[in-house]
Design a protein around this ligand. Structure first.
Ligand code: ADE
Ligand code: ZN
Ligand code: ZN
Length: 263
């Protein structure tokens, strides 16, 4: 996701943390001079992928061959992938024997991966860089690509249509409030098990579905998804943000709480 998507996922998650998990998250984030709130730390992984942490660039996604719709740990590239990164950083965050600095970094990565693994095009089919190579004329208005549509454009359009009077930099808060209001009371597993493969499979099933643009898209050929595509995608996007937020909360509750870590 772009900045707003990651911020929303972490803001939703924070609202559903247990007291134990919240105080641990707050304690670690307070050690980071760069960030005042957990939600602000959730795009950090994108900021460092091209600079201080180049080896993590392939960890933001996983790609399948066209013949293999089934996500397995073995589908990970040699340089790593998102499902492996989730497992790695969940393990480091949960390990109290590690230093605070290591656990803080793991928290920032884990929170970011939970957003990305729910963005369908971060679990896509090899050959077009997750849709980055599929040009899109979006809603007849602007040229972009399919990856950006799902990282940002759908959410930006939704926010500017729902809350046109709000300053652009604050719109994410309105969307986070609206999404949180749709999360049913008691409909959240307070503690969630680590299931990186299962979460990735859901994203992959979406990109393979008949309704998704992959069905008719070809690399380097501009597609023009219509209004029906926007409306459908918006529903899916909103659902994925809610799932990412709720699951991140459940996972952090599980890993930071006093319960046994069941990985
Ligand atoms: N680069 C290559 N594949 C990618 C993907 N699925 N998502 C984001 N960036 C990528
Ligand atoms: Zn992306
Ligand atoms: Zn990312």
């Amino acid at each position: 996701y772009g900045r707003d998507g990651h911020r929303i996922v972490c803001d939703l998650a924070y609202r559903h943390l247990t007291e134990d998990a919240r105080s641990e998250v707050d304690r670690l984030i307070a050690l980071d001079p760069q960030f005042d709130h957990f939600r602000d730390a959730c795009s950090w992984a994108d900021e460092v992928r091209g600079t201080t942490h180049r080896h993590t660039a392939p960890w933001h996604y996983v790609n399948q061959t066209r013949e293999d719709p089934h996500i397995d740990p073995e589908d990970c590239a040699e340089d790593g992938c998102i499902t492996q990164a989730i497992d790695l950083h969940a393990g480091i965050f949960a390990d109290r024997a590690r230093s605070d600095a290591e656990r803080l970094e793991a928290l920032k990565f884990l929170a970011h991966w939970m957003g990305d693994v729910h963005q369908p095009l971060h679990v896509s089919i090899e050959g077009d860089r997750g849709g980055n190579d599929i040009p899109v004329l979006w809603r007849g208005e602007r040229f972009t690509n399919l990856h950006r549509v799902w990282d940002s454009e759908i959410l930006l359009d939704h926010m500017s249509e729902e809350w046109p009077w709000a300053p652009e930099v604050q719109r994410w808060q309105y969307l986070a409030d609206a999404l949180d209001a749709e999360i049913p009371l008691g409909g959240v597993d307070v503690y969630a098990r680590l299931d990186s493969i299962g979460w990735a499979q859901e994203s992959h099933d979406i990109v393979r579905s008949r309704e998704f643009a992959y069905y008719w898209a070809r690399a380097d050929q501009t597609i023009e998804p219509g209004e029906a595509y926007y409306q459908r995608s918006l529903r899916t996007s909103r659902d994925r943000l809610k799932q990412a937020g709720v699951r991140l909360a459940g996972l952090l509750n599980q890993l930071a709480g006093e319960r046994e870590v069941a990985a």
